[in-house]
Design a protein around this ligand. Sequence first.
Ligand SMILES: Nc1ncnc2c1ncn2[C@@H]1O[C@H](COP(=O)(O)OP(=O)(O)OP(=O)(O)O)[C@@H](O)[C@H]1O
Length: 283
Amino acid sequence: MIKFRAVTKRFPDGTEAVREFSLVIPCRKTTVFVGSSGCGKTTLLRMINRMVEPTSGDVAIDGESVLSKDPVALRRSIGYVMQNSGLLPHFTVLDNIATVLRLGGTKKREAHERARELLDTVGLDQNLAKRYPSQLSGGQQQRVGVARGLAADPNILLMDEPFGAVDPIVRADLQQELIRLQRELDKTVVFVTHDIDEAFLLGDQVVILGKGAQIIQVGSPSEILEAPANEFVASFIGAERGRRALHIKQTPNGRVLVDEQGRTQGVLRESPDDHASTPEGGE
Ligand SMILES: Nc1ncnc2c1ncn2[C@@H]1O[C@H](COP(=O)(O)OP(=O)(O)OP(=O)(O)O)[C@@H](O)[C@H]1O
C-alpha cells in the first residue's frame, strides 16, 4: 500500500504543484491519476520514488516513509515507465532492459537472460534484442520501456503517460497488453494519463485531479460514472455525451440501448443473478 499523507510540493520558483494531497493506493491494483495538463500528476508520481522530494507531508510504502529510505536503492526497487520510453539511444534493446539489473550488480549474462525473458513477457520478438531504439517503432519502444520497468521485478510500477505518444491503434494494443500483464504479474501500478477513457479502461481506482493535485473525485470507474461528484466531473467524463449517455429504446424484439444519435449500442438483457428485474446497465 502506498499512502500519501498531506503532501505538498512547492518548487523553488514558488509554483505549488501539489497541495495537501492525501490518498491510499491499494496493493496489486491499478490506480490512475487523471487530470488536465499541469495539474500535478507527474509530480505526485515522482514523489513515490523520490525523483521529487515533498516540501511537506510524507509518502509511505507499506507503512515505511520513503524519506527514510536510500533514494537510489528506492528508485531501483520501483519500476518507472515514461512517455517516449526514455531508452538510451546507444544501448541495444537487451542492454536497455538490463540496465537496472546491471546497476544493481547482476552479471551481464544473467541480466541478458532475464532481459530475453522480458521480451516475451511484453510480447516482443527475440530478434529485436540486438537492435537500437531508433530501429524500433514507437509501440515497440514503449514495450521495451515496460520491459525495462519490470526488469528488477518490482512490486510497484509507475507509468507516466506511457502510451501518450503512439497512434490510437497501437495505443489500444498497448493498453490491452497492460491489462493482460497486470492479470499475470499482479503489481501495484500507478498510472498517469490525461485521457479519461484510458483511465476508465485501466484503473481499478481512478483519481480525478484539479489544479494543485486537488482530488475532485476518487472511486472505481463504475462509481464515478454512476455518480459524478459535480458538474466538472460529469463534463470531464463525458457523462452527457456519446456512448456514455445511453437510453433505452423498445423494439419488437426487446429493449436496446441507443446513444445520443439514436444508434443502437447494445441489447438489454436481464442479469442472471438478478431476478428482481433490474436489467444490466439499468434504468
Ligand atoms: N521543476 C519544476 N520547477 C517549477 N515548476 C515545475 C517544475 N516541475 C513541474 N512544475 C510545475 O508544476 C505543475 C505541475 O506539473 P506536473 O508536471 O506535475 O503536471 P502534470 O499534471 O503531470 O502535467 P502534464 O499532463 O502536462 O505532464 C505545473 O504547473 C508545472 O509547470
